[in-house]
Design a protein around this ligand. Structure first.
Ligand code: CTP
Ligand code: MG
Length: 225
């Protein structure tokens, strides 16, 4: 058993194709300064959890499990067509005794262990759903179907949310019972009417999506490693 006698599981959705990155291999297998995104994402979580379930792109399961063959805490499964389906597939493999489950995008491979710890600490303090978030620098507008601005939410009330996101296990299971798709798991939890705590995030937990993000990531790794 892990922290405070509680069993922590982690799910890493890594099954996306990375269309916007435009590489010939899935995004989670792209190498930055000698290490793949999936290896980096695992490193920020593994020391703090009892098991990790990775949702791998179809036909890349063996390649990914080969990266972690010496670690018994890590299990690799096949992901789904959309992110929520990948998380749901991994969720079906989570240890039944899990008390808490973290969900961490492989694409946010520079999130630090400190970020993982902030999420875990909030769960242990009693929150049932926790997401890291950072302030937004842009003014954000809500638009209608014809591209006219409908409203301008106050920037101070907005946060750009990241991963790892943490949940009480039974709540994440309930959230995924709907079978709905969402870009993050907290949205499915909010739909149940459950409070989602936002703790401080970190700029480097930025999601690698575009070629410009990859250039940023390479510079970051070369500077820090
Ligand atoms: N993901 C997944 N299964 C999918 C789609 C996405 O596990 N069917 C994962 C990605 O691997 C990534 C995270 O969800 O770690 C966030 O998704 P995103 O950044 O959109 O990655 P991709 O879907 O791979 O990129 P794109 O949308 O550009 O194709
Ligand atoms: Mg995607």
């Amino acid at each position: 058993m892990g922290i405070n006698g509680e069993f922590f599981s982690a799910i890493i959705p890594a099954a996306g194709s990375g269309d916007r990155l435009g590489q010939s291999i899935p995004k989670s297998l792209v190498v930055i300064n000698g290490k793949t995104l999936i290896q980096r994402a695992v490193e920020s979580i593994l020391p703090h959890v009892d098991e990790v379930i990775i949702a791998a792109p179809k036909d890349f399961e063996l390649e990914i499990s080969g990266l972690f063959s010496d670690n018994k805490k890590i299990k690799v499964i096949s992901g789904g067509e959309v992110r929520s389906k990948s998380v749901a597939a991994a969720l079906s493999q989570v240890n039944q005794n899990a008390d808490y489950i973290l969900v961490h995008d492989a694409a946010r491979c520079f999130a630090t262990q400190a970020q993982t710890i902030r999420v875990i600490d909030a769960l242990l303090a009693g929150d049932h759903a926790v997401v890291p978030g950072i302030e937004v620098v842009d003014t954000i507008k809500v638009i209608d179907a014809n591209n006219f601005a409908e409203s301008t939410p106050s920037r101070s009330s907005l946060r750009a949310v990241q991963t790892p996101q943490g949940f009480s296990a039974r709540i994440l299971h309930r959230a995924h019972q709907s079978g709905n798709d969402a870009t993050d798991d907290a949205a499915l939890v909010e739909a149940l009417g459950i409070a989602v705590r936002v703790v401080p995030g970190e700029p480097n937990a930025h999601k690698i999506t575009t070629p410009a993000d990859l250039e940023w990531a390479k510079r970051l790794a070369e500077t820090n490693e």
